[in-house]
Design a protein around this ligand. Structure first.
Ligand SMILES: Nc1ncnc2c1ncn2[C@@H]1O[C@H](COP(=O)(O)OP(=O)(O)OP(=O)(O)O)[C@@H](O)[C@H]1O
Length: 258
């Protein structure tokens, strides 16, 4: 039996002013880890902001956890169940890492008597326990990103939206990150992960959506994406070639023969 989608968008139109970025999009997010791929400007962040209930749909509907989100009141109800790591997240530079993550726990309405342990658990999950007192302004890019991931997972959200979470992480940290999202998914968190690193999708995602100019041009497993690859598509792995193929970016056969 098919499970209830964690999120469902129907006939979504979204944009900025009169500029349409996403048009007539139908999309379901299932439990597990969903990778979101697409070139710069495809609309990934715009989609995240819609799923995170930050930007209401210009038209169309959003359902989260099986319920319609039809206005600010509905949005407030579900927001506490959503962890969102934006690409560029704000913070007070003078805050310690603990202050920052605890503040995010407060924003997510984690009960105050649980906030301390939830913060410690989130910091442990990203390997920042020993740096918990460091000030945000003193962190390297990779550590800052890990603090952001801790803020997104604090309080164990049901839906985790991660916009390019591995930017700035070194290879060992990326492997740790993949382990972390696999273990969160095993514990029941639905995760949507936007990235430009196709190999992260192959290693950590159950399904993958490819967005191009605000439209889904592939929805399926990473294996199914790899199977889309044409022989002339550029790329260093079947998955990269499948991705380039569904984007329609690969060179025609006659050019490749030159
Ligand atoms: N606040 C805004 N006002 C006007 N246009 C915007 C705004 N934010 C994004 N856009 C435009 O919307 C389009 C989609 O942007 P979006 O950030 O959603 O893409 P993306 O797929 O996340 O790109 P990237 O991979 O570069 O992060 C782009 O053309 C961008 O210039």
């Amino acid at each position: 039996m098919a499970s209830v989608p964690v999120a469902r968008l129907t006939a979504l139109t979204q944009g900025y002013g009169s500029r349409r970025i996403i048009e007539d999009l139908d999309l379901s997010i299932q439990p597990g880890v969903t990778g979101l791929l697409g070139p710069n400007g495809a609309g990934k962040t715009t989609l995240f902001r819609t799923l995170a209930t930050i930007t209401p749909p210009q038209s169309g509907t959003l359902e989260l956890f099986g319920k319609p989100v039809a206005g600010e009141r509905d949005a407030r109800q579900v927001r506490r169940r959503i962890g969102y790591l934006p690409q560029d997240f704000g913070y007070y530079p003078a805050f310690s890492i603990t202050d920052f993550v605890r503040y995010c726990a407060w924003l997510r309405e984690v009960p105050s008597k649980e906030a301390g342990s939830a913060t410690e658990k989130a910091l442990a999950a990203v390997g920042l326990t020993d740096r918990a007192r460091d000030r945000m302004k003193s962190l390297s890019g990779g550590m800052l990103r890990r603090a952001g991931i801790a803020a997104a997972i604090v309080g164990s959200p049901s839906l985790l939206l991660l916009d390019e979470p591995t930017v700035g992480l070194d290879p060992a940290q990326r492997l740790d990150f993949r382990d972390l999202i696999r273990s969160l998914a095993r514990a029941g968190t639905a995760i949507v992960l936007s990235t430009h690193l196709v190999e992260d999708v192959g290693a950590a995602c159950d399904s993958v959506l490819v967005l191009r100019q605000g439209r889904v041009v592939h929805s399926g497993t990473p294996q199914q994406l790899a199977e889309q690859a044409t022989p002339t598509a550029p790329g260093d792995s079947p998955l990269e070639r499948g991705y380039m193929t569904v984007l329609g970016n690969h060179r025609p056969a006659e050019e490749a023969a030159c």
